[in-house]
Write a protein that binds this ligand. Structure first.
Ligand SMILES: Cc1cc2nc3c(=O)[nH]c(=O)nc-3n(C[C@H](O)[C@H](O)[C@H](O)COP(=O)(O)O)c2cc1C
Length: 181
């Protein structure tokens, strides 16, 4: 798939077929996603793939989805729910723990965003749909899934084979986004 085509045609998918995702395919997706750039190549982002139906049902609760019921339905319909987790205190920090820039810990989520988009594009290339969820409650999710010490959840990503691809929401024109000085 041509890179520009993948970037333009990837959509947020919120309804999935029941079909399971082969672990070999998930591994190939992460094999691609691991080339995402990161602060000083610190590579702080990892992926926990939840496939257990009971755990997915628990993740789809109002509590885990921070009361955003739209997300509850999306999670419940996914054959796999990926938790993008990141290690804190490394990206954007010097070895002695002092922040490298005025953005402090901001680079952690910056790295996570790049990693997650790379993951979603790699999944799209394999015919899989994904949606990045920002409405979730990390503390509630930690009651369901064992999140390793020192790690935080950057995003919840339901994924699976799309029931159908939604149309593209409107985008700003390039001229609105671009300034030449
Ligand atoms: C940081 C972030 C958080 C998002 N949170 C949610 C969410 O909680 N629920 C949801 O259904 N979609 C969520 N989305 C998906 C956006 O709504 C979607 O990307 C946007 O409408 C553009 O649609 P497209 O991805 O199909 O191009 C999120 C996307 C991003 C990047």
């Amino acid at each position: 798939m041509e890179l520009g085509t993948g970037i333009k045609e990837r959509r947020s998918v919120r309804r999935f077929e029941e079909r399971k995702i082969d672990h070999a395919v998930l591994r190939e997706i992460v094999e691609t996603a691991r080339y995402a750039p990161s602060w000083k190549n610190t590579q702080i982002v990892g992926y926990i793939v939840v496939e257990d139906r009971e755990k997915i049902a628990a993740l789809s609760s109002e509590a885990c989805m921070a009361g955003f019921s739209y997300n509850c339905k999306t999670v419940a319909s996914a054959p796999a729910v990926v938790l993008a987790v990141y290690e804190t205190g490394i990206s954007g920090f010097e070895k002695d723990g002092t922040p490298s820039t005025k953005k402090g810990a901001g680079w952690e989520m910056f790295d996570a965003g790049i990693a997650v988009q790379t993951f979603c594009l790699a999944a799209y290339e394999k015919g899989l749909g994904t949606v990045i969820l920002g409405y979730f409650d990390e503390d509630e999710i930690a009651k369901v899934i064992d999140i390793p010490d020192g790690k935080h959840i950057a995003a919840v990503i339901p994924m699976g084979y799309p029931e159908k691809m939604p149309p593209a929401p409107a985008r700003k024109e390039a001229d609105e986004l671009l300034t030449f000085l």
